[in-house]
Each structure stands twice: as C-alpha cells, then as structure tokens.
Ligand binder design. Structure first.
Ligand code: PAF
Length: 285
C-alpha cells in the first residue's frame, strides 16, 4: 500500500531512478503519473488509480518541446508548491520535478517520432506536438523505470501515441488509461480551463454537450455523418472555432466512412473558445 504523508521532492533523474530501482528490487510495484503540474481532480484520479501500486511517483515538468511557436508555454500555469500540497496524504512517495537541463541537456539532439497515430487531428493542428510528447515521455520512462504509467483519456490521441511508442520501442511499462474527470456541467477538467473568462467558461460546455449528443444519436442507430452533425451543432451555436469534430476508429484514429454505423467509434473534438484551445472526446460504443 502507498504510504500517506508528504512526498519527497527529487530533481535529479539519477537519484530518482535509483529510488525506483531499489523499490523494484525490494519487490515493490512502482506506479508513475507523468504531469505538467497545475494539478486538479483529474490528475488526482490518476494518482488514486496508481495507488494500486506499492509506491507512486508523480512527475511535474512543463515540457517545452510539446508547445509550438505562439502557444501557451510561457503562460502555462506553474504551481509546484500548491501541487505538492495537493499531493500530500494521497499516497505519493516521490515528486519528480526536474529542471529543464536534466531533461534536455546542452547539445540535446535526440527526438522520438511516432508516425501513424501522430499524423492526424492534434498532429495536424499542432505540428511537432506529439514528437515533443513522445520524446519527453520516452525520457521520463527511462528516468522513472516504473511498472505502470497512468494517463488520462481526455488526451485520447496522446494515449494512442504513447501506447504505440511503448510497443515499438519495447519499453517494459504497462500503460493504464483512466476516465476523463468532468466538472458537474460536463466540462472536461484541464489545466487550461483557468484561462477561460466567465462567458467562455459557459460556452466551453458545448464541447461535452456536443459529444453527449453525438453519443445519443449514435447509440440510437445514426450514421457517422449524422452523429458528426449532432457533435458540431452546439459548437456552432456557442461560436466555438472548431479545429475538428469527428468520429474516428478508437485504435487507429482513422476517420470512419460517412455512412458507417454501429462500429467501434470515438468522437474527438478540438476548438478555440475565445483564445483558449480545448480538446475533449467520448467513446461512443
Ligand atoms: O498529458 C500531459 O500532461 C503531458 O502531455 C505529459 C504526458 C505529462 C508529457 O509532458
């Protein structure tokens, strides 16, 4: 069982790695929750899932390489102290908070590119994003040689990319995907929700409203074209600038034929509410 109390903060990858190796050598299963901080109930649900393990590591690192030019890297919320307070007494043994040079040493020249599932959707709208994610997650998996790593389903495409990388590189870690945590009105929890004004916060509910409506019509037998129309309707109504609102195969992320119905499907949506870009998704079947 994970121990209650205040987690130990480690900034040095070599020391953290040794802690994890020692725990594993003592027969302890170590669970790992990679985050960029600004923790909320969604992250805490991952920590709770990881509490199946004997020891839990949470990393907090705002990864520069997954932000494109003009994105919110500089203003991304950073709150290490508040994050550590949230992680007290929830069974986290180590918080790994490396400085940027520990992850990207001077002269760093190595990147991990996962082709295939990175290509579409977020990959198209945020070029280089998944290369940054795969690179940092690959590095973190080497620094934190845990038995299992926990990711939120809200970043569905990220989970597909990470799973593919782990398979292709034969990284010995189990990937556990946990359900999206939502506010009472349906908005998916995200560190970026703090950017929303009161008006934008209300309009942002249209993402989950569209997803729920798409699932309702899909489960009633509608085809892809009809379900995609249902998905878009609340977004248009609330003036969300849509990047994509589509039904795709949950495993390959390839688009589904317009006339298909009753096949495995996930609805993916991304759009801008004011200047804040949000993503969400819902498994339909
Ligand atoms: O999902 C996130 O918070 C990030 O993309 C991750 C996995 C921690 C990599 O920086």
């Amino acid at each position: 069982m994970p121990r209650p109390g205040v987690p130990q903060i480690e900034t040095d990858p070599a020391i953290l790695r040794q802690h994890v190796l020692d725990a594993a050598a003592a027969g302890r299963r170590v669970g790992f929750v990679p985050t960029m901080g600004a923790l909320h109930a969604g992250h805490l649900s991952l920590v709770k899932a990881a509490a199946d393990c004997d020891d839990v590591v949470v990393s907090i690192f705002v990864n520069p390489t997954q932000f494109g030019p003009g994105e919110d890297f500089e203003r991304y919320p950073r709150s290490l102290q508040a994050d550590c307070e949230l992680l007290a007494d929830v069974g986290v043994r180590w918080v790994f908070a490396p400085p940027v040079e520990a992850i990207y040493p001077a002269g760093d020249a190595t990147r991990i590119t996962v082709d295939g599932p990175s290509r579409r959707w977020e990959g198209e709208h945020r070029p280089g994003h998944f290369q940054g994610v795969a690179t940092v997650v690959g590095k973190l998996f080497m620094m934190v040689p845990a038995a299992a790593a926990y990711f939120g389903a809200k970043d569905w495409q990220q989970t597909v990319v990470v799973r593919r990388m782990v398979r292709d590189l034969a990284i010995p870690i189990e990937i556990v995907v946990c359900p999206t945590m939502r506010e009472p009105d349906g908005l998916a929890m995200s560190s970026r929700n703090v950017y929303l004004s009161a008006d934008e916060r209300q309009r942002a509910v249209s993402l989950s409203a569209g997803l729920t409506e798409a699932r309702r019509v899909w489960q009633g037998g509608a085809n892809v074209a009809t379900a995609e129309r249902a998905l878009r309707e609340p977004l248009t109504h609330h003036a969300v600038q849509v990047d994509y609102a589509v039904l795709v195969d949950p495993t390959t992320l390839e688009p589904l034929p317009a006339q298909a119905s009753g096949v495995p499907a996930i609805a993916l949506v991304a759009g801008r509410v004011g200047s804040t870009r949000l993503i969400d998704n819902l498994l339909l079947s």
